[in-house]
Design a protein around this ligand. Structure first.
Ligand code: NAD
Ligand code: DAU
Length: 349
């Protein structure tokens, strides 16, 4: 494989995937296609953007004409598709944006790949990155398997579920060489501070209240972002065509316990007496349709491809906090301007 298109490469997970591919495979040409929405940030790639095998293309996957033209010109050999609207809360206030980017955008990419590859699918691959949220919510026990029926509850997860169905349909109908993975919650450097962990790090740092939805009893399975990027690399190269792989950290946390752990680490690192920031915890109205619990069974990925998470949570969590504290400028840049409007609308302060 020579020319790889990575969509959404300026975002959180995409930037880690671009870095891994551009450094690990110097003989590949890596094209990062990103619209640079509020969540896209080229600063995330400042360490590798001079690499001769890295190319940035600004563009919108919703624009079919532009996408078709790009594929015709560049004749990509593979696609790793991460571009998406990714925040559940924003999908509740503005679902249409999610339908355009996540559904229409994905189908545009499928069509463009099909058009340029139709005469010979040999050596080609369309890899769609999805989420565990498509499976819905679990009770206190059990875990999602690749065969778990889809049951999305938010406009975000419904749009991701829809895009997964289209990817499978293009495999089954046209033989497009696709592969899908569904991953649990990622954490790590460069995550936009609308998501729980970076939002709360920033708020603790600035002594702002910590808006815990509902009773804080919802459970998420957390995976360090570089472990997700490694899984993506493996699945892209070795995953079975037409297959789906679940990816998870085997690392379930109740939100309130995770938040207390974060407070413990930050109070220590900020030189505050132990427990000082606990007073910032504020229970607020629950997220509408809030899924109680996610848990992933990643047995297939482990047994078929030998993947395991390598970063222990205690280590990854400390590293993450250290990164946000050390990268004050990054955090200040992304929390200025329109972020302030979002925050006021979302949290009313
Ligand atoms: P993110 O919001 O940080 O980044 C998304 C990127 O896509 C941004 O750079 C944005 O500019 C770009 N983008 C958005 N709309 C676009 C459009 N119309 N055209 C081109 N580019 C566009 O998201 P993330 O958290 O890095 O998630 C990446 C992918 O992984 C998504 O598909 C998401 O559903 C999936 N995922 C995320 C998680 C998680 O915990 N964050 C877990 C599982 C799966
Ligand atoms: O499971 C994978 C998914 O994880 C990805 O597909 C999504 O793109 C990603 O955003 C993430 O979704 P969540 O909704 O689980 O992540 P978020 O960080 O928004 O919320 C994590 C938990 O914390 C969730 O139970 C809601 C809660 N929460 C979140 C925010 C932002 C709060 O209690 N308060 C908050 O202010």
């Amino acid at each position: 494989m020579k020319k790889i298109l990575i969509t959404g490469g300026a975002g959180f997970i995409g930037s880690h995937v671009v870095r891994l591919f551009a450094t690990k495979y110097p003989d590949y040409q890596i094209y990062n296609l990103d619209k640079l929405t509020y969540a896209g940030n080229l600063e995330n790639l400042s360490d590798i953007d001079k690499n001769s095998n890295y190319h940035f293309v600004k563009g919108d996957i919703v624009d079919a004409e532009f996408i078709n033209q790009l594929f015709e010109t560049e004749r990509f050999d593979g696609v790793v598709h991460l571009a998406a609207e990714s925040h559940v809360d924003r999908s509740i206030t503005n679902p249409m944006e999610f339908i355009f980017t996540n559904v229409v955008g994905t189908v545009n990419l499928l069509n463009a790949a099909k058009n340029i590859w139709k005469d010979n699918y040999e050596g080609k691959r369309f890899y769609h990155i999805s989420t565990d949220e498509v499976y819905g919510a679990l009770g206190d026990t059990g875990s999602f398997k690749e065969t778990t029926p889809y049951s999305p509850h938010s406009p975000y997860s419904a749009s991701k579920a829809s895009s997964d169905h289209f990817v499978r349909a293009y495999h089954d109908t046209y033989g497009l060489p696709t592969v899908i993975s569904n991953c649990s919650n990622n954490y790590g450097p460069n995550q936009f501070p609308e998501k729980l962990i970076p939002l709360f790090i920033n708020n603790i740092k600035h002594n702002k209240s910590l808006p815990v939805y509902g009773k804080g009893i919802n459970v998420r399975d957390w995976l360090y972002v570089e472990d997700h990027a490694r899984a993506i690399d493996l699945i892209f190269h070795k995953g079975a065509t037409g297959s789906t792989y679940n990816i998870g950290g085997n690392n379930e946390w109740k939100n309130i316990d995770l938040i207390k752990k974060l407070i413990e680490i930050l109070d220590r690192k900020l030189g505050r007496p132990e427990g000082t920031s606990l007073q910032l915890i504020t229970y607020v109205t629950d997220r509408a349709g809030h899924d109680l619990r996610y848990a992933i069974d990643a047995t297939k990925l482990r047994t078929e491809l030998g993947w395991e998470p390598t970063i222990k949570f205690a280590e990854g969590f400390e590293k993450t906090v250290d990164w946000y504290l050390a990268n004050e400028k990054w955090l200040d840049n992304v929390t200025s301007g329109s972020y302030q409007d979002y925050y006021r609308k979302m949290y009313g302060e």
